[in-house]
Design a protein. Structure first.
Length: 435
């Protein structure tokens, strides 16, 4: 109780709140827009995202892996869902059919994840995600996230609207200044100030944006709708889409391994079988819940590693307080609406700096491997192929079957798949000896 009353814990919790918020707020809005949902339904999805995410963070911290690791809507899932929604019309599919089939696939994926947790096979699967796979995953995830938030910094809208967008010079300049401010605080500031670097960047940037550009309105509070099941479309059974969802769910387990393995050093102990079991079970439950209510599925956020390294906040209490405040934002709509006015360019600038730490995490995993001219392919192939696919426009993949398109058009999915195959089908130690 004494710790709960400390103002410092609540202030650190407020920083967690902003970190969780800036990661989550754009996801339901872009998904709702991609599926052509009404403004009222998007508002409901936003509020549900706040409520479910807040609960998920608290449950993981208390009953799951018991670490200060954000449990949120997965960036991997987000990218796949938006990709398939944007190409559905060209393939002659109704968005409601895509959304309904994806919902079914997400629920199935959640059930599989629960089974992985309850059966205790998580540690066995973790062996497949060796340092080579995790190094590739961290690097490609960083590329995907940095790309998303760099777009936000430049004033480019998320979702389908970005196809014909241009850089907003004035917003870009302010975003770059805020990113530099946060970076300087993290590099040069004393530890007592450094841990609040992200919060300082958000507050200063928000005030500056309001004074220069006025108030940003992300959603219209005047529109309201009731909570409904399967808002993306009634359950349907498009096998290709369901298979894509299940495969995405299996590859999404890399987030759990990445987040837990990546924080082992900070917590000075190796993740136990019990932690894996609890974490997977809870993630699976919230993933199936997401499928019912049209939310993007859940996973531990690997990007939490960068946040923890920059702030040094590894205690669970501030994280739990941040999750609780985020939950309250969903329960009290006016409060959530107020925070939804945070400019996306400012949130993107702050997260851009925070996620640069993923490069360091990637190097830490690769440092456990002695690369030679013979075994460099284990990392070079998945990284180069994955990054290059990320730069391809969607039109390149229009000739592919709709079943394969969501997988092959996603550089992160392709890179992880290649890394898993190369690391587990070849004996690279033998190649090292030959060299």
């Amino acid at each position: 109780m004494k710790e709960l009353l400390k103002s410092s814990n609540w202030l650190l919790g407020l920083q967690w709140l902003f970190f969780i918020f800036t990661n989550i707020v754009v996801i339901p809005v872009t998904v709702g827009a991609a599926f052509g949902l009404s403004q009222g339904t998007i508002v409901v999805l936003l509020q549900l995202s706040f409520i479910v995410t807040g609960i998920a963070c608290i449950v993981q911290a208390l009953l799951g892996h018991k670490r200060a690791i954000m449990e949120g809507q997965s960036g991997l899932w987000w990218g796949v869902i938006l990709s398939l929604a944007s190409t559905a019309t060209a393939q002659g599919l109704q968005l409601s059919e895509v959304g309904g089939s994806f919902s079914v696939g997400i629920i199935i994926s959640g059930i599989i994840t629960v089974i992985i947790g309850l059966s205790g096979v998580g540690p066995r699967i973790a062996k497949l995600f060796n340092p080579g796979v995790m190094g590739v995953f961290m690097f490609l995830l960083g590329c995907q996230l940095i790309s998303i938030f760099l777009n936000g910094m430049l004033g480019i809208p998320f979702g389908n609207e970005a196809q014909h967008a241009t850089i907003n010079l004035s917003i870009s300049l302010l975003s770059i200044i805020i990113a530099i401010l946060v970076a300087v605080i993290n590099i040069k500031g004393p530890s007592s100030i450094r841990r609040y670097g992200l919060l300082i960047g958000i507050v200063v940037g928000w005030i500056a944006f309001y004074l220069i550009f006025g108030q940003q309105k992300l959603v219209d509070q005047s529109n309201s709708a009731s909570i409904e099941i399967f808002p993306l479309g009634e359950p349907s059974w498009h096998i290709g889409i369901i298979m894509t969802a299940v495969l995405t769910g299996l590859l999404n387990t890399a987030n759990t391994f990445g987040a837990l393995k990546g924080t082992d050093e900070m917590y000075k102990n190796e993740t136990t079988s019990s932690q894996y079991r609890s974490s997977f079970t809870i993630t699976g439950i919230f993933t199936s819940t997401a499928g019912l209510f049209g939310l993007v599925p859940y996973a531990p956020y690997v990007s939490s590693i960068g946040f923890l390294k920059q702030t040094g906040i590894i205690k669970r209490l501030p994280f739990i307080l941040g999750g609780f405040m985020f939950f309250v934002m969903g329960v009290i709509p006016p409060l959530g609406y107020f925070f939804s006015m945070l400019p996306l360019s400012i949130g993107s600038a702050v997260l851009f700096v925070a996620y640069l730490q993923l490069f360091n995490s990637s190097l830490n995993f690769f440092s456990q491997i002695k690369f030679t001219t013979n075994n460099i392919y284990r990392a070079a192939v998945p990284i180069f192929v994955g990054v290059i696919i990320m730069t391809f426009p969607p039109s390149y993949f229009e000739t592919l079957p709709v079943v394969l398109r969501p997988l092959l058009s996603n550089g992160l999915l392709v890179g992880i798949t290649l890394a898993l195959l190369l690391e587990n089908l070849f004996n690279w130690d033998r190649e090292k000896q030959r060299n």
